[in-house]
Design a protein around this ligand. Structure first.
Ligand code: NI
Length: 151
Protein backbone atom coordinates (compact mmCIF):
# COMPACT_ATOMS: atom_id res chain seq x y z
CA UNK A 1 0.00 0.00 0.00
CA UNK A 2 1.07 3.55 -0.57
CA UNK A 3 0.06 6.84 0.86
CA UNK A 4 -1.16 9.20 -1.87
CA UNK A 5 -1.03 12.96 -2.09
CA UNK A 6 -4.35 14.64 -1.28
CA UNK A 7 -5.40 17.23 -3.84
CA UNK A 8 -6.28 20.59 -2.31
CA UNK A 9 -8.91 23.19 -3.18
CA UNK A 10 -7.96 25.22 -6.24
CA UNK A 11 -7.04 22.12 -8.26
CA UNK A 12 -9.49 21.65 -11.18
CA UNK A 13 -9.66 17.90 -10.64
CA UNK A 14 -11.92 18.47 -7.61
CA UNK A 15 -14.52 20.10 -9.88
CA UNK A 16 -14.71 17.35 -12.50
CA UNK A 17 -17.26 14.54 -12.81
CA UNK A 18 -15.73 11.11 -12.24
CA UNK A 19 -16.24 8.16 -14.59
CA UNK A 20 -17.83 4.90 -13.43
CA UNK A 21 -15.65 1.83 -13.00
CA UNK A 22 -16.44 -0.68 -15.79
CA UNK A 23 -14.17 -3.47 -14.70
CA UNK A 24 -12.65 -3.98 -11.29
CA UNK A 25 -9.01 -4.36 -12.23
CA UNK A 26 -6.05 -4.89 -9.88
CA UNK A 27 -5.42 -1.18 -10.35
CA UNK A 28 -8.82 -0.35 -8.82
CA UNK A 29 -8.09 -2.67 -5.87
CA UNK A 30 -4.75 -0.96 -5.31
CA UNK A 31 -6.51 2.40 -5.50
CA UNK A 32 -8.95 1.28 -2.78
CA UNK A 33 -6.07 0.11 -0.56
CA UNK A 34 -4.06 3.27 -1.10
CA UNK A 35 -7.08 5.51 -0.50
CA UNK A 36 -7.79 3.77 2.83
CA UNK A 37 -4.19 4.22 3.91
CA UNK A 38 -4.22 7.87 2.82
CA UNK A 39 -7.50 8.59 4.62
CA UNK A 40 -6.25 7.01 7.86
CA UNK A 41 -2.89 8.78 7.70
CA UNK A 42 -4.74 12.10 7.32
CA UNK A 43 -7.11 11.28 10.19
CA UNK A 44 -10.10 11.56 7.88
CA UNK A 45 -13.35 9.60 7.89
CA UNK A 46 -13.85 9.57 4.14
CA UNK A 47 -12.00 10.01 0.87
CA UNK A 48 -13.12 10.08 -2.76
CA UNK A 49 -10.87 9.16 -5.71
CA UNK A 50 -10.80 12.68 -7.21
CA UNK A 51 -9.15 13.79 -3.96
CA UNK A 52 -6.14 11.72 -4.95
CA UNK A 53 -6.33 12.92 -8.54
CA UNK A 54 -8.18 9.91 -9.96
CA UNK A 55 -11.47 10.67 -11.74
CA UNK A 56 -13.18 7.34 -11.03
CA UNK A 57 -16.31 6.67 -8.95
CA UNK A 58 -14.53 5.13 -5.97
CA UNK A 59 -14.95 6.10 -2.29
CA UNK A 60 -13.66 4.87 1.07
CA UNK A 61 -15.32 5.76 4.37
CA UNK A 62 -14.42 4.89 7.94
CA UNK A 63 -16.55 6.67 10.50
CA UNK A 64 -16.05 3.86 13.04
CA UNK A 65 -12.41 2.80 13.55
CA UNK A 66 -11.74 -0.53 11.84
CA UNK A 67 -15.02 -0.54 9.91
CA UNK A 68 -13.85 0.35 6.45
CA UNK A 69 -16.54 0.85 3.80
CA UNK A 70 -15.43 0.61 0.18
CA UNK A 71 -17.82 1.90 -2.46
CA UNK A 72 -17.46 1.49 -6.23
CA UNK A 73 -19.97 3.33 -8.46
CA UNK A 74 -22.08 4.33 -5.44
CA UNK A 75 -25.55 5.84 -5.79
CA UNK A 76 -27.93 7.15 -3.16
CA UNK A 77 -31.12 5.11 -3.52
CA UNK A 78 -33.03 6.39 -0.47
CA UNK A 79 -32.79 9.11 2.13
CA UNK A 80 -34.90 10.58 4.89
CA UNK A 81 -34.82 13.05 7.73
CA UNK A 82 -32.57 16.02 8.15
CA UNK A 83 -29.45 17.01 10.12
CA UNK A 84 -27.49 20.23 10.37
CA UNK A 85 -23.92 19.70 11.50
CA UNK A 86 -20.42 21.05 10.98
CA UNK A 87 -18.57 19.50 8.09
CA UNK A 88 -15.01 19.63 6.81
CA UNK A 89 -12.94 18.10 4.02
CA UNK A 90 -9.36 16.84 3.70
CA UNK A 91 -9.08 18.84 0.45
CA UNK A 92 -10.10 22.07 2.20
CA UNK A 93 -7.82 22.11 5.23
CA UNK A 94 -8.66 24.39 8.11
CA UNK A 95 -12.25 25.15 7.06
CA UNK A 96 -15.53 23.94 8.40
CA UNK A 97 -19.13 24.92 7.82
CA UNK A 98 -22.66 23.92 8.68
CA UNK A 99 -24.46 21.83 6.06
CA UNK A 100 -27.93 20.37 5.88
CA UNK A 101 -27.89 16.68 5.01
CA UNK A 102 -30.38 13.81 5.31
CA UNK A 103 -30.28 11.95 8.65
CA UNK A 104 -30.55 8.51 7.01
CA UNK A 105 -29.05 7.55 3.65
CA UNK A 106 -29.03 4.26 1.76
CA UNK A 107 -26.33 3.74 -0.85
CA UNK A 108 -26.12 1.02 -3.51
CA UNK A 109 -22.62 0.23 -4.73
CA UNK A 110 -20.30 -2.52 -5.87
CA UNK A 111 -17.83 -4.10 -3.48
CA UNK A 112 -14.29 -5.06 -4.49
CA UNK A 113 -15.57 -8.41 -5.80
CA UNK A 114 -17.97 -6.63 -8.14
CA UNK A 115 -21.04 -7.60 -6.10
CA UNK A 116 -23.88 -5.12 -5.65
CA UNK A 117 -24.77 -4.29 -2.05
CA UNK A 118 -26.88 -1.75 -0.19
CA UNK A 119 -25.76 0.00 2.97
CA UNK A 120 -27.72 2.38 5.19
CA UNK A 121 -26.12 4.92 7.48
CA UNK A 122 -27.44 7.47 9.94
CA UNK A 123 -25.92 10.60 11.42
CA UNK A 124 -22.20 10.92 10.67
CA UNK A 125 -22.22 7.99 8.25
CA UNK A 126 -25.17 9.45 6.30
CA UNK A 127 -23.29 12.74 6.14
CA UNK A 128 -20.13 10.98 4.94
CA UNK A 129 -22.05 9.18 2.18
CA UNK A 130 -23.44 12.51 0.91
CA UNK A 131 -20.13 14.36 1.21
CA UNK A 132 -18.03 11.70 -0.54
CA UNK A 133 -20.57 11.01 -3.30
CA UNK A 134 -20.73 14.77 -3.99
CA UNK A 135 -16.97 14.66 -4.67
CA UNK A 136 -17.66 12.24 -7.56
CA UNK A 137 -19.73 14.97 -9.22
CA UNK A 138 -17.25 17.75 -8.55
CA UNK A 139 -19.24 19.19 -5.65
CA UNK A 140 -17.69 20.40 -2.40
CA UNK A 141 -19.25 21.06 1.00
CA UNK A 142 -18.40 24.76 0.75
CA UNK A 143 -20.91 25.00 -2.13
CA UNK A 144 -23.76 24.41 0.29
CA UNK A 145 -22.34 25.24 3.72
CA UNK A 146 -23.27 28.27 5.71
CA UNK A 147 -21.18 29.91 8.41
CA UNK A 148 -17.87 28.73 6.96
CA UNK A 149 -15.19 29.13 9.58
CA UNK A 150 -11.43 28.95 9.51
CA UNK A 151 -10.20 26.73 12.30
NI1 NI B 1 -14.24 16.00 1.17
Amino acid sequence: MAKLKIVKIGDDVLRKVSRPVDTITPRILTLLDDMAETMRAADGCGLAAPQVGVLRRVVVIETEPGQLIELINPKIIAFSGKQEEAEGCLSIPGKSGITTRPMHVTVRALNRKGETFDITGSGLLARAFCHELDHLDGKLFIDKAKDIETR
